[in-house]
Design a protein. Structure first.
Length: 246
C-alpha cells in the first residue's frame, strides 16, 4: 500500500506541474477548516494539520493567512466538500473529491468528462466498498524510538501500517503512518502530545484491488484522469488502475 500511495502522489504532483495548483488545493482546505472549526489553529486541530501541510509544500505565509481570512469574508464563496463516483472505460473505478462553491457547475463538468471519455458517473456511495478511506501521516523519526517500538505505541490509536521512506527531494528519513479515516484525530493528538514532528497529513482512498490495463487502455484512461485533475474544483482523484511500475 505504501509504495502505491507514494507513486500515486508523485504522479499527481507531476501532473499539477506547478506550485500554484497545490496552493489552491491546500488553500481551499484551509478555508473550509477555518470556517468549520474557527480561525485559531491552537483550538482547531484540522486547521493546524493543514498549516503543516502548507509549510511542507512551501506555501507562503501570507497565502495561508489569506485562506484563513477568507473563511470569515462574507463576499467569499462558500466552499462545500463533495465526492463523485463513477466508472471510466474498461471498468476502472474512479473516485473524485471536490471543493466547490457551485455544485451544479462542478457535477456538470465532472459528468461531461466521464461521458466524453467513455465512462459514466454513478450515484454517491456506489464505489465506497472498492476503496479503503485512510488517513496518512508523515512524521520525522524520533531519536531512540525504532519502527517496531513506534508501531506498538501507535497501534492503540488506530495506526495499522508504518513505513520507513527517504524523501527524494531532501534525502531525509521520514516515517509514513496509515490508519483508518476515523482514527485521524486520535493519531494526531497522540503525535502532538508526545513530541513527534508531523510533516504532513492527508486522507487517501486506497483501492482494495488493482485492475490490470494494457498500455493503450492506460493512455485512454490517463486522458480522463488528466481532465478531472485539471478541473479547478477537483481536489483529489483516486482510481483502481494498477500503476505501471507496481
Amino acid at each position: 500500500m505504501g509504495r502505491a500511495f507514494e507513486y500515486r502522489k508523485a504522479r499527481k504532483l507531476k501532473r499539477w506541474g506547478n506550485m500554484s495548483r497545490t496552493f489552491t488545493r491546500i488553500g481551499k482546505e484551509i478555508t473550509i477548516a477555518a470556517k468549520a472549526g474557527g480561525p485559531d489553529p491552537s483550538t482547531n486541530p484540522r486547521l493546524r494539520a493543514l498549516m503543516q501541510n502548507a509549510k511542507a509544500a512551501n506555501m507562503p505565509k501570507d497565502t495561508v493567512e489569506r485562506a484563513i481570512k477568507k473563511a470569515t469574508d462574507k463576499d467569499a464563496g462558500d466552499y462545500k466538500e463533495i465526492s463523485y463516483e463513477g466508472y471510466g472505460p474498461f471498468g476502472i473505478a474512479i473516485f473524485v473529491e471536490a471543493a466547490t462553491d457551485n455544485n451544479t457547475r462542478t457535477v456538470a463538468n465532472v459528468r461531461s468528462y466521464f461521458t466524453k471519455h467513455g465512462g459514466s458517473l454513478g450515484t454517491q456511495g456506489s464505489l465506497t466498498f472498492l476503496f479503503e478511506h485512510k488517513c496518512v501521516f508523515k512524521i520525522k523519526p524520533k531519536e531512540g524510538v525504532g519502527l517496531e517500538d513506534l508501531e506498538l505505541e501507535l497501534i492503540d490509536y488506530g495506526v495499522d501500517e508504518l513505513e520507513d521512506i527517504v524523501d527524494e527531494e531532501t534525502g531525509e528519513e521520514q516515517i509514513v503512518l496509515y490508519g483508518s479515516f476515523e482514527s485521524y484525530s486520535d493519531i494526531q493528538k497522540h503525535l502532538e502530545e508526545n513530541g513527534y514532528e508531523i510533516i504532513s497529513s492527508e486522507f487517501e482512498r486506497i483501492p482494495n484491488d488493482l485492475k490490470e490495463v494494457t498500455p493503450e487502455q492506460r493512455a485512454t484512461l490517463d486522458k480522463l484522469l488528466e481532465k478531472l485533475e485539471d478541473d479547478e474544483d477537483v481536489q483529489n482523484v483516486f482510481h483502481n488502475m494498477k500503476e505501471e511500475d507496481e
